[in-house]
Write a protein that binds this ligand. Structure first.
Ligand code: NAD
Length: 499
């Protein structure tokens, strides 16, 4: 039995009615999308159902704001100051934003508050980078030539985000696009749009001019498809599933937009016999069950050395049983609700499929009835092999698959035997082992003797079908720029006709 925290009904909470932000004005939609809280079962938010026409208006506003200014023409210092003001306002409203993310996504409130702290840091980091954006000069091309390489804002950027980290993910994109001088159309997930809409209020208050940030609510096929195909959009920054990422890239190909994609993962943790098992067991439980496993970085595949597999699995199960699952608003909760009833069913399907394919359910495996909302018990599947769907596909739920290895080469082969390459972990006290795994595993981040740590300074993104491009890190603003060469001639030119 896992530890449960029964959800309390939101009897006193009045659902919040939101509007979209287009060209600096708050706009109603033609219809309404109602969000039912996954942890409490009642309607908590209503967003406008944006239409194609809304998307076209928002793109036109962003285009005008870019082409006519003032945003792209401001100094880096001016944009930086506005981003810093935004960071302060986000910090001041962090409790409200964390509450919205919690009731709409079902994540634990203590975790949502942590994500807000991380987001504030990212806005401050982007503000610092806004002042440092610069190109290069070449004074080495001979007496008659001076080369200057400019970094120019790329233009209008469509930003599309998923539901699992609503405020954090928009914060990994928007402040960097703004720092570069771009204008934007932002679409949060239709399941968790609240905190992104509050961000719109914050940005207007911070001094971002009308039209620079437009925020649309609505579905992907209706609104997102316009944002990814419209000829006036110069770049798309997308985080979501690999399937929609693929579609986004195909849509972008029609007008050759730049694309940045942060997609799915099936991330391994490789554990050697000399690892500090106490530290690893905690990281295994954290990696698998943080955000109920609805996390692109989830450590959903353990690749354990055969000699320690039984002991490590038993210890992980023992700790996982103590994890507090339940009411997202209870400060003690560690694992919250599953995003929708349909998604809960999908997770259950993966567990059933793995059992049929020969894996054993070492812990959990079933949905939890806590009276309200939808929850899933922390689950461990042992005896999983690389060919099973549960070992290859993103389950996006609290399901941990345990595989085993005997040699380092075999561990690397298993780790790389999937289409994804977002992140990985290695546990060993041996320096050579850690570095060998760090170099050979094809993933955008490799953690050594830790898991899922991060910092605004460290680039994040995936190899292969986990994505394209990197977010965060000191090059994050450059991603939202074009490179322009100024090739300047000094003195008399060698005449082509007369030579
Ligand atoms: P999703 O792909 O279903 O939706 C993501 C966004 O795309 C939503 O805003 C959605 O409305 C929009 N969308 C859907 N169809 C569209 C279309 N036809 N055109 C344009 N936009 C469209 O993903 P999700 O279920 O919201 O999120 C979960 C996925 O996100 C997981 O696969 C997860 O791994 C991934 N993710 C990746 C990262 C990362 O940084 N690599 C981070 C978080 C989540």
């Amino acid at each position: 039995m896992t530890a449960h925290v029964k959800p309390k009904a939101l009897t006193d909470y009045k659902p919040r009615d939101f509007r979209m932000l287009i060209d600096g004005a708050w706009t109603k939609g033609a219809g309404v999308i109602e969000r039912v809280a996954p942890g409490h079962g009642s309607v908590v938010s209503r967003y406008p159902a944006g239409t194609r026409a809304d998307a076209e208006r928002a793109i036109a506003a962003a285009r005008k704001a870019f082409d006519d200014g003032p945003w792209p023409n401001m100094t880096g210092a001016e944009r930086s100051n506005i981003l810093l003001r935004a960071a302060d306002l986000i910090a001041a409203r962090a409790d409200e934003l964390a509450f919205l993310d919690t009731i709409e996504s079902g994540k634990p409130i203590s975790q949502a508050k942590g994500e807000l702290g991380g987001a504030v840091d990212i806005w401050r980091y982007a503000a610092a980078l806004a002042r440092d954006l610069h190109g290069e000069s070449y004074n080495t091309l001979g007496e008659g030539t001076l080369g200057v390489v400019l970094r120019e804002a790329i233009g209008v950027v469509s930003i599309i985000t998923p539901w699992n980290f609503p405020f954090l993910i928009v914060s990994q994109k928007l402040p960097f696009a703004l720092a570069a001088g771009c204008t934007t159309v932002v679409k949060p997930s239709e399941l968790t749009s609240g905190s992104t809409l509050v961000l719109g209020e914050i940005l207007l208050e911070a001094g971002v001019p009308a039209g620079v940030v437009n925020i649309l609510t609505g579905t992907g096929p209706e609104v997102g498809s316009v944002m990814t195909t419209h000829p006036d959009v110069d770049m798309i920054s997308f985080t979501g599933s690999t399937g929609v990422g693929r579609l986004t890239m195909a849509n972008a190909a029609q007008t050759l937009k730049k694309v940045s994609l942060e997609l799915g993962g099936k991330n391994p943790q490789i554990v050697f016999p000399d690892a500090n098992l106490d530290e690893f067991v905690d990281a295994a439980v954290f990696g698998a069950y943080f955000n109920a496993g609805e996390c692109c970085n989830a450590g959903s595949r353990l690749i354990l050395h055969k000699s320690i597999a039984a002991d490590a699995t038993a210890r992980i199960a023992e700790l996982a049983r103590k994890v507090k699952v339940g009411d997202p608003l209870d400060p003690a909760t560690q694992v919250g609700a599953i995003i929708t009833p349909q998604h809960l069913e999908k997770i259950g399907g993966y567990v059933a499929g793995a059992s049929q394919a020969g894996a054993s359910v070492a812990l959990g495996g079933e949905a939890l009835d806590l009276g309200l909302g939808q929850f899933m018990a922390p689950t461990i599947l042992s005896g999983v092999t690389s060919d099973m769907a549960v070992a290859r596909e993103e389950v996006f739920g609290p399901v941990l698959s345990v595989l085993t290895f005997e040699t380092t080469e075999e561990a690397i082969r298993i780790a790389n035997a999937i289409d994804y390459g977002l992140s990985a972990g290695v546990w060993s006290r041996d320096f050579d082992t850690c570095l060998t795994i760090g170099r050979k595993v094809r993933a955008g981040t490799v953690w050594m003797n830790t898991f899922m740590d991060g910092a605004s300074e460290l680039p994040f993104g995936g190899y292969r079908q986990s994505g394209l491009g990197r977010e965060l890190g000191r090059h994050a603003v450059e991603d939202y720029t074009e490179t322009k060469t100024l090739n300047m001639h000094i003195g008399a030119r060698t005449n082509w006709w007369a030579r």
